[in-house]
Write a protein that binds this ligand. Structure first.
Ligand code: SAH
Ligand code: AVI
Length: 319
């Protein structure tokens, strides 16, 4: 059969991304592929490890200042959360919000339907005056039309998930968020801050190996969903601090020469020993880079809150 009369094969969006990422000269997979049911479960487990400080630090900031944050954001707020996951820290903000208004609407957005189901069950159990409308979507492709929602919006983007974007993409993405808002609406966004290298390194190399399992879950997911033949013991979890780029990098490194067949793509991928797949960057910020990013996206930084050690920053920006 010649190329011209080869039947067209329609690939699922995930298959397209895997084909594109593994077919590239520098192999990579987008971090959103981590988050199937197992990946969302493993992420929540990471947040409970002793080494992963971002979640507990952000939670402590929210516990201390949630009322202040909500008061600054405005009256009669509708909450939207991008990459909400299980929304466990969000409960602190919701509690503060419902202390100021009788009812509220909450729209958590996430690619992971299992994470949103968990969030919904837990929120419905805790907050009878909250109406929760989960949206399963990739927010980089389908940002909900926030202008159509009633009331003043407060968009939450917690956990420093903005750090998983490349700097150019982060600015472009936040610009899209800003365009979807009306003047006076607000964004509350979490930034993990640059700190001592040992603390950063440990957070992505926990002793129990939960982060390693989370990283390898992307290969397990390809095996499950696309008929892949990845040997999970044939790849090592590699995570390190890249000071020049101010980011933690995560990779999966082939431990020997191997060819991995992926049924749904109808092809194999050859790996040399030591060859890596780049799976995630997690950029860390400082005061200057936060201001610069928000300014480039057209937001005005109004207030920010941090913990006593200066490890994490929660910023309130106005559209
Ligand atoms: N906000 C939570 C979860 C952070 S983990 C916290 O602070 O703990 C990142 C979350 O973003 C995951 O739940 C993941 O499923 C979601 N996510 C990642 N990329 C996404 C995308 N492109 N579109 C929608 N959700 C995404
Ligand atoms: C969701 N995101 C901000 C996490 C981070 O720290 O970059 C994902 C993660 N990767 C490894 N551990 C946690």
């Amino acid at each position: 059969m010649t190329a011209a009369n080869k039947p067209a094969v329609l690939l699922s969006p995930i298959a397209e991304e895997v084909l594109h990422g593994l077919g590239a000269r520098r192999r990579q997979l987008p971090p959103k592929l981590f988050y199937d049911k197992e990946g969302s479960r493993l992420f929540d487990q990471i947040t409970e490890t002793a080494e992963y400080y971002p979640t507990r630090t952000e939670r402590a900031i929210l516990r201390e200042y949630a009322r202040d944050m909500v008061r600054h954001a405005g009256n009669n707020l509708t909450l939207v959360e991008l990459g909400a996951g299980s929304a466990s820290k969000t409960q602190i903000l919701i509690q503060a919000l419902l202390g100021r208004q009788l009812r509220a609407d909450f729209y958590p957005v996430d690619v992971s339907s299992s994470a949103l189901q968990g969030a919904l069950a837990s929120l419905n159990g805790h907050f009878p005056r909250l109406r929760v409308s989960p949206i399963v979507a990739d927010y980089t492709h389908h940002l909900p039309d926030l202008k159509r929602l009633p009331g003043r919006k407060l968009v939450l983007f917690l956990g420093s998930t903005i750090g998983n974007f490349e700097p150019e993409e982060a600015a472009g993405f936040l610009r899209d968020v800003r365009r979807s808002l009306e003047s006076g609406d607000a964004l509350l966004i979490g930034f993990d801050l640059v700190k001592e290298q040992g603390i950063l390194h440990a957070a992505y190399n926990d002793a129990e190996g939960v982060t390693a399992r989370f990283n390898k879950n992307v290969l397990a997911r390809i095996n499950r969903e696309l008929g892949g033949s990845f040997d999970l013991d044939g790849f090592a979890h590699v995570a390190f601090w890249n000071r020049r780029k101010s980011r933690i990098e995560m990779h999966l490194e082939s431990l020997y020469e191997q060819t991995v067949w992926i049924q749904d793509l109808g092809r194999g991928f050859h790996f040399e020993p030591g060859e890596r797949i780049h799976t995630e960057n997690s950029y860390k910020f400082n005061d200057r880079s936060i201001r610069r990013l928000l300014r480039r996206a057209g937001f005005t930084l109004e207030r920010s809150w941090t913990d006593p050690q200066g490890w994490f920053c929660e910023a309130l920006a106005r559209a």
